[in-house]
Ligand binder design. Structure first.
Ligand SMILES: C[S@@+](CC[C@H](N)C(=O)[O-])C[C@H]1O[C@@H](n2cnc3c(N)ncnc32)[C@H](O)[C@@H]1O
Length: 308
C-alpha cells in the first residue's frame, strides 16, 4: 500500500464552496520560466509504466470530475482528454458517448503508449502527443474538452485557456480539475525548515483560473474547490509516490543531484503530524467548467425538496 488509507480521501473532505462568475482581478501567470517542460515530459515518460498502480489520488480526482458530466447535457461529436496520461477519462468518454470521436492528448509519448493502438475491432481513443499550450487542432473542432490533474503543469494560463477557447466549438464545454495553492502545503512547510530551494511547485488559485478563463473569452466560467487529504505513515512514502507518478519537482530552479539521506531525514522530522502520528498530505482540488462562446441552457436542473 503506498499510503495509510484510501478512505481518508473520501472521509476527510473538509469543505467546499462555489464562486460564481463574474470573476475579476489582475491576470497572472505562474512563473512560466520556472517550469521545465522537458523535465515534466521526462518525468511522465518514466512514470508511465507504474502510474496506474500509484496514482490513487489522481484516479479519484478524475472520477469525481467525470461524475460532473451527469449534470451537463451534451452529445459531443469530438471529445478531447487533455493531459490524458494513461487514458482514464478518454475511456470513460468513449463509453459514455457512443459514436463520439475521442482524442487523448498528452505531452508524454510514453504515457500515451500505455493506452494502446486503435484497432478496427477495438474502440479506442486516438492518441496525439502535444503541448496543451499549443494544440494541434483546428479552430472550433472540439465539442467537449475534459482535463484531469494536468493544468498545474501548464505555467502560462492565458495561453492555455486561449488555446482551449480557440479549439472549442461555440457550444463546446470545458470541464477540468487541477490543484490549488494548498496542495502539498505540509511538504512545502517541512522543506522550508531544511533549505530555501523550491521543492513544491506554485499552484494557481481558483480566482486566477476563473480570471484566465474569463479573459480568454470562455463563457460563464464556474470554479469550485474541495480539499482532499491522504494519510501516510511516513513522509518518505509520500515523496516516493510523488516521484513514481511523475509529480516530482520540475521547477527549473530545483536543486539538481541526489539528496543526502540526512536531508530527507530532516524533512521527515519537520513534516507535521496529526494527533495519531499520521502524516496528512493536503490536495486542494479546483474544478472548473465553461462554455465555448455560447452559453447553452443545457445543464440539468436539480429540484430540492423543501421540508418545513
Ligand atoms: C497527473 S497526470 C494526469 C493524467 C490523467 N489525466 C489522470 O487523471 O490520471 C498529468 C498528465 O499531464 C501531462 N502533461 C503535463 N504537462 C502537459 C502539457 N503541457 N501538455 C499536455 N500534457 C501535459 C503529463 O504528461 C501527464 O500525463
Amino acid at each position: 500500500m503506498p499510503f495509510n488509507g484510501f478512505q481518508s480521501i473520501t472521509t476527510l473532505v473538509c469543505w467546499q464552496y462555489i464562486r460564481l462568475h463574474p470573476i475579476t482581478g489582475p491576470e497572472r501567470c505562474i512563473d512560466v520560466d520556472t517550469l521545465d517542460k522537458s523535465a515534466v515530459r521526462r518525468a511522465f515518460n518514466r512514470a508511465a509504466a507504474e502510474y496506474d498502480r500509484h496514482a490513487v489520488l489522481q484516479h479519484q480526482v478524475c472520477e469525481r470530475l467525470l461524475s460532473r458530466l451527469d449534470y451537463i447535457r451534451c452529445q459531443p461529436r469530438v471529445a478531447l482528454d487533455l493531459g490524458a496520461g494513461t487514458g482514464q477519462a478518454a475511456r470513460a468518454l468513449l463509453a459514455r458517448y457512443r459514436g463520439c470521436r475521442v482524442i487523448a492528448a498528452d505531452l508524454s509519448r510514453t504515457m500515451l503508449q500505455t493506452i494502446g493502438r486503435p484497432r478496427p475491432w477495438r474502440r479506442i481513443a486516438q492518441r496525439v502527443q502535444c503541448d496543451a499550450e499549443a494544440l494541434p487542432f483546428a479552430d472550433a473542432s472540439v465539442d467537449l474538452l475534459v482535463s484531469a490533474s494536468t493544468f498545474q503543469w501548464c505555467g502560462d494560463l492565458p495561453r492555455l485557456f486561449a488555446e482551449i477557447k480557440r479549439v472549442l466549438s461555440p457550444q463546446g464545454v470545458l470541464l477540468f480539475a487541477t490543484f490549488g495553492p494548498d496542495t502539498l502545503k505540509e511538504l512545502r512547510q517541512a522543506w522550508a525548515e531544511v533549505d530555501d530551494a523550491v521543492h513544491v511547485h506554485e499552484f494557481a488559485d481558483m480566482h486566477e483560473l476563473g480570471d484566465a478563463m474569463l479573459n480568454a473569452g470562455l463563457v460563464d466560467p464556474v470554479v469550485d474547490t474541495e480539499w482532499l487529504h491522504v494519510s501516510y505513515a511516513q513522509p518518505q512514502t509520500l515523496m516516493r509516490d510523488l516521484k513514481v507518478v511523475g509529480a516530482g519537482n520540475a521547477s527549473s530552479r530545483r536543486r539538481r543531484g541526489l539528496r543526502a539521506s540526512e536531508t530527507l531525514r530532516r524533512v521527515a522530522s519537520a513534516y507535521p503530524r496529526s494527533a495519531d502520528g499520521a502524516c496528512l498530505a493536503t490536495y486542494e482540488v479546483v474544478y472548473g467548467h465553461a462554455w465555448g462562446s455560447q452559453l447553452r441552457r443545457s445543464t440539468v436542473s436539480v429540484a430540492f425538496d423543501r421540508r418545513s
